[in-house]
Each structure stands twice: as structure tokens, then as C-alpha cells.
Design a binder for this molecule. Structure first.
Ligand code: ATP
Ligand code: MG
Length: 250
């Protein structure tokens, strides 16, 4: 499925949080969204998900306005999603099936299977019966990802999905997401992790300032201009891949 943003703008009290962003997200690609704090990544993702109406421009899914399309096609894992209700982890993940259900299509074993598989994929099967509120920060984040996976969306939007995870689960989630073959937009702060994306979109002060393959985007010039850092590049002797170490520009 093709997700296209045309000239997206979001204003708040006269200030543009996102300004004139045009972006084609290619089918099955993993697009990394990077940029400093406050550059508009989360605001852009919420507009792509249809949760926030843009003040200008539009989002189209397969050539049709997003609001005319069924909600089940796009799942967003928000940066700080909270679920205050006293429900089990399994029930929280089962909420991902909601957009598929209606009077003619009640809960079925197929829905149950989606939930079971999603829990297993994020390594939470053993906590399925736990009260949601008792989860640790990282477990909760994995449960949010499981809820999005249970939805079986065509497009997956992830807002810093690894920020609370231990290192093993960070790698596991990035591998999992990369292996799904879904059209994915993922906001990340770790630029070495961002190198694994097919393309990177760089936000700065609400604008999209660069878009392309990671190798071509993460230049010394861009790192200095957008992130105020310089990088020394090392080569991993195990597989020859490029690793960056960052230093502040003074
Ligand atoms: N409801 C709001 N009220 C006031 N300002 C807001 C609101 N929502 C977002 N902003 C501002 O909009 C700008 C963009 O915010 P956004 O959350 O999109 O940034 P971000 O790139 O996701 O940052 P981070 O890396 O910290 O998650 C920020 O300056 C933020 O303070
Ligand atoms: Mg954000």
C-alpha cells in the first residue's frame, strides 16, 4: 500500500510544528524518521496515522484520502501510550483487533490467533495474564507493539519503539519490524540503528530537510547542521559495516 503525504502542515497558535512536508512512503520499505527533539517527528506520524487533522495538505492511502479508508490499515505505536484501565496484557493486545470487528464479524478464533502470535513475537507470551499496570516500562512498550501487530495493519508507524527496551529487545524489535515486510515508518534517535532503514527522512524545525538512503543522508555536513554533532566512523571487523561514534560540535 502506498502512503503519500502532500504538503502537510500543522500549526499551533500561529507556530508551524510541521511545515509543508511532502513524502512518498514506498510499499514494503522501512523509512526511518530522524531529527532532534521537537523537530516534528511525532506530529508528522500522528498526521500520517490519521489521528491529527493537518491544517494544510493531505495524506492519501492508495490514492484516496486517508479519512475515507478503514482504520484497520494503519497502526501507530505512539511514543508514550498509556492504558490506565485495569485489564490484562492479553486484553490490551486484543484491542488491536477492534477495527476488524463488528456485528457481522464478532470475535473469532482467527482474532485469538492474531493476539497469541503478536504476544509471542514481542516475547511477552509469559506475561499474557498479568495486569497491564504491573508491567515494566519496556514490557509495556513491547505490549504496545504487540497491539499494533495484532491489528495486522498494512502500514506500521512506530514512534521511538525501542526507547525503553533493553539492548537485546531493541535488536529483536528492529529485526522483527524489518522482517515483517510491511510499509513502515519508524522514528528513531539512535543513528546507528537508523542505518538499518531503507531510507531516512530527516526533520528539522518542522521541515523535511533530507530524504534518501542512509549512507547518502548521514553526511558530516548534515550531522553538523541538523544534530550539532560530528561523527567518527569505525568499521565493524566482524561484517565490515559502518559504525558511528558521535562528538558534540562546540
Ligand atoms: N499540544 C502541544 N502544545 C504545544 N506544543 C506542542 C504540542 N504538541 C507538540 N508541540 C510542539 O511541537 C513541536 C514538535 O513536537 P513533536 O512531538 O512532533 O517533536 P518530535 O520530533 O517528536 O520530538 P521528540 O524527539 O522529542 O519526540 C515541539 O516543539 C513541541 O513542543
Ligand atoms: Mg516525538
Amino acid at each position: 500500500m502506498m502512503l503519500i503525504a502532500r504538503d502537510l502542515t500543522r500549526r499551533l497558535r500561529g507556530r508551524a510544528l510541521v511545515a509543508g512536508v511532502t513524502l512518498d512512503i514506498r510499499p514494503a520499505e522501512m523509512l526511518g524518521l530522524i531529527g532532534p527533539n521537537g523537530s516534528g517527528k511525532s506530529t508528522l506520524l500522528r498526521m500520517l496515522a490519521g489521528l491529527v487533522r493537518p491544517d494544510g495538505g493531505q495524506v492519501a492511502l492508495d490514492g484516496r484520502p486517508l479519512r475515507t479508508m478503514p482504520a484497520r490499515h494503519i497502526a501507530l505505536v505512539a511514543q508514550s501510550a498509556e492504558t490506565s484501565d485495569r485489564i490484562t496484557v492479553r486484553d490490551a493486545v486484543a484491542l488491536g483487533r477492534t477495527p476488524w470487528l463488528d456485528a457481522l464479524r464478532p470475535w473469532s478464533p482467527a482474532d485469538e490467533a492474531h493476539v497469541t502470535q503478536a504476544l509471542a513475537r514481542v516475547d511477552l507470551a509469559h506475561l499474557a495474564g498479568r495486569d497491564w499496570s504491573t508491567l515494566s516500562g519496556g514490557e509495556r512498550q513491547r505490549a504496545h507493539i504487540a497491539r499494533a501487530l495484532a491489528q495486522a495493519p498494512r502500514i506500521l508507524l512506530l514512534d521511538e519503539p525501542t526507547n525503553h527496551l533493553d539492548i537485546r529487545h531493541q535488536l529483536a524489535i528492529l529485526d522483527l519490524v524489518g522482517g515483517l515486510g510491511l510499509t513502515t515508518v519508524i522514528a528513531l534517535h539512535d543513528l546507528n540503528q537508523a542505518m538499518r532503514c531503507d531510507r531516512l527522512a530527516v526533520m528539522q524545525a518542522g521541515r523535511l530537510v533530507a530524504l534518501g538512503p542512509p549512507d547518502r543522508i548521514l553526511t558530516a555536513d548534515l550531522l553538523a547542521r541538523v544534530f550539532q554533532v560530528r561523527a567518527s566512523t569505525l568499521t565493524d571487523p566482524q561484517d565490515g559495516s559502518r559504525v558511528m561514534r558521535f562528538h558534540p560540535v562546540v
